[in-house]
Ligand binder design. Structure first.
Ligand SMILES: [Zn+2]
Length: 364
């Protein structure tokens, strides 16, 4: 796409949003879970696998990746000087810079290092909002909006293609705290999730070998500690409701067995409860879909009617990390710049892995 057409597309999208959506245009869906205290103290209500009390101060001092990590794999704005002798202008956050430039610690410093989570959150916000407001760069939030429509459209196609869908819903987690009691680098956590996923997928393939099925896997971060975790939605053509909870149990067991830092007690599989593994023979649909969501789907998938999104899909799709930018990209700027969700966005930007993947037939 040429720069001109991208700029035109952005203008047209903003205009359409202003005209068609009555509330402040284009707010991303918010997570269904409310965010705990944003201060650097501790929080007590936490998601499974996060520690019971989260010390946010030490968590935010943790670097995005281990010192041995090749910083060339990180986006330039998330890398800072580690030698102590570079000029201030090398720092991506120097002088409140708000745009990309051609002078970065990643290239200039002899000992470049990944930013701490606290600084990475600041850099993520500054650079992504700058991209959003630019006519020649595309922000992570804009990409998320486009993908949101495609994601829900692909689910719609899957529901229509299969006679009777049974859905398997998995929540695969791991502890953000290492054996030494230290916070682990988020990129390392995401690598662990990534490395064991192939085994989980093989287990699902084996158990579902007699069925037509498709899956989509979405990585998000916890609201209590920005810990990466993976949600998997499997759609199985299962008119006789034969697929049982043992399939979910086998997949969860594989994750626990193969993922460093994943424990069985954080992954209960109880039929009828909302836990690490569920099998839904008649997957409930979302009660309502936001106007914005309708707009994204219409935008991406044409104007025919579509069945309501599965409640599980809505829950997962709304957790995608770059929605955290939405409050900062609209007039009014109501977002909290210390939000844990922004830390999740920074981690998503930092990781080399794709946080939205699917089987070949689940066409996004
Ligand atoms: Zn340096």
């Amino acid at each position: 796409m040429s720069e001109l057409s991208l700029a035109d597309a952005k203008k047209a999208t903003r205009k359409a949003a202003r005209e068609q959506v009555s509330k402040p245009a284009y707010y991303g869906p918010s997570s269904e879970t409310s965010e705990p205290s944003l201060s650097d103290s501790t929080t007590e209500e936490t998601e499974p696998a996060d520690p019971g009390r989260v010390d946010h101060k030490s968590r935010r001092q943790t670097r995005l990746a281990h010192p041995s990590y090749d910083v060339q794999n990180l986006p330039k704005p998330l890398v800072e000087c580690g030698c102590g002798s570079c000029p201030d202008a090398c720092d991506p956050l120097y002088d409140d810079r708000t745009s990309f430039r051609n002078f970065y610690a990643q290239e200039e410093c002899p000992l470049p290092q990944p930013m701490t989570l606290k600084r990475a959150r600041e850099a993520y916000l500054v650079y992504q909002v700058s991209s959003y407001n630019s006519d020649d760069r595309t922000s992570a939030l804009e990409r998320t909006r486009v993908k949101h429509g495609k994601l829900l459209g692909a689910e719609r196609d899957t529901f229509q293609q299969f006679e009777d869908v049974t859905q398997i819903f998995l929540s695969l987690r791991l502890s953000p705290i290492g054996r030494s009691g230290r916070w682990l680098e988020p990129v390392k956590l995401d690598n662990r999730l990534h490395d064991s996923w192939g085994n989980v997928r093989d287990v699902l393939d084996y158990h579902l070998r007699d069925y037509d099925s498709e899956y989509v896997a979405i990585t998000a971060t916890t609201v209590s500690a920005a810990t990466p975790h993976r949600h998997v939605l499997v759609y199985v053509d299962d008119p006789d409701d034969e697929v049982a909870v043992e399939v979910a149990q086998a997949a969860v067991d594989s994750h626990v067995r193969n993922t460093d830092g994943a424990f069985a007690e954080d992954h209960p599989v109880e039929p009828g409860e909302r836990d690490a593994g569920m099998v839904l023979h008649d997957p409930p649909r979302a009660d309502e879909v936001s106007e914005d969501t309708w707009l994204y789907v219409l935008d991406q998938r044409g104007r025919e009617a579509f069945p309501m999104t599965a409640a599980t899909m809505q829950y997962v799709a709304n957790q995608r990390p770059h929605w955290s930018l939405a409050p900062f990209c609209e007039d009014g700027k109501t977002g909290d710049p210390q939000s844990i969700k922004l830390e999740g966005g920074a981690i998503a930007w930092a990781t080399p892995h794709n946080w939205l993947t699917s089987s070949r037939g689940f066409k996004m």
